[in-house]
Design a protein around this ligand. Structure first.
Ligand SMILES: Nc1ncnc2c1ncn2[C@@H]1O[C@H](COP(=O)(O)OP(=O)(O)OP(=O)(O)O)[C@@H](O)[C@H]1O
Ligand SMILES: O=C(O)C1=C[C@@H](O)[C@@H](O)[C@H](O)C1
Ligand SMILES: [Mg+2]
Length: 182
């Protein structure tokens, strides 16, 4: 598989709580790739949590830093990258994501809510009605997530390992022409 991919990066996209970080680590292991998480790169570089960044400099500045980080990451190869849930919103980010293979982890809102019920680390969910917030964010973002090369629909009872395996099985079917011919 590593040979078929020719080192191109795999980007995981999807909503908060979709499992990009959890499944991304497993995909990296399968591919014998490195693993990066854009949220983690940002928090380490800033020395602040995502919540603190949103409070101190605001979402717009966070999005700019996110784009800058993605622009740097995409210069490397052999990486599985868990992205922030909102990375798909900027057109320039798609220029970077398109260097690799983009995988959308599509998880129903009810399941996202149950996973994130106790979680206070996602600033956009510090809302009176987090379920409604997730629903409206997903509705706005579906046309963007849909631009992924690979659409992985996730049901309630699937383990991260099983999802990672499904991604591995599906990759050959969506490899860009140039890579699959080599
Ligand atoms: N397939 C799964 N089955 C059960 N729990 C899962 C699964 N995938 C992820 N989780 C759990 O859901 C929570 C959110 O997962 P994770 O942090 O990987 O999501 P994310 O897509 O990276 O979110 P964010 O965009 O906010 O970084 C974690 O507690 C994780 O353990
Ligand atoms: O969906 C989003 O907009 C976000 C998801 C997280 O990964 C973080 O990048 C941040 O909490 C914003
Ligand atoms: Mg994550």
């Amino acid at each position: 598989m590593n040979d078929i991919l020719q080192g191109i990066n795999v980007y995981l996209i999807g909503m908060m709580g979709a499992g990009k970080t959890t499944v991304g680590r497993l995909v990296a292991q399968h591919l014998q790739y490195g693993f990066l998480d854009t949220d983690e790169v940002i928090t380490k570089a800033a020395g602040k949590s995502i919540n603190e960044i949103f409070v101190s400099v605001g979402e717009a500045e966070f999005r700019q830093v996110e784009s800058d980080i993605l622009g740097q990451i995409c210069a490397y190869t052999k990486l599985a990258i868990a992205t922030g849930g909102g990375i798909i919103m900027r057109r320039e980010n798609w220029g970077y994501l398109r260097h690799g293979l983009v995988v959308w982890l599509d998880v129903p809102v009810d399941l996202l809510c149950s996973r994130l019920a106790e979680d206070t680390t996602r600033p956009l969910l510090q809302d009176a009605n987090p379920q409604e917030k997730l629903r409206s964010l997903l509705e706005q973002r579906i046309p963007l997530y849909s631009q992924a090369d690979l659409h992985i629909t996730i049901s309630e009872d699937e383990t991260p390992e099983s999802i990672a395996q499904r991604i591995m099985d599906a990759i050959p079917s969506v490899l860009k022409q140039d890579n699959s011919q080599n």
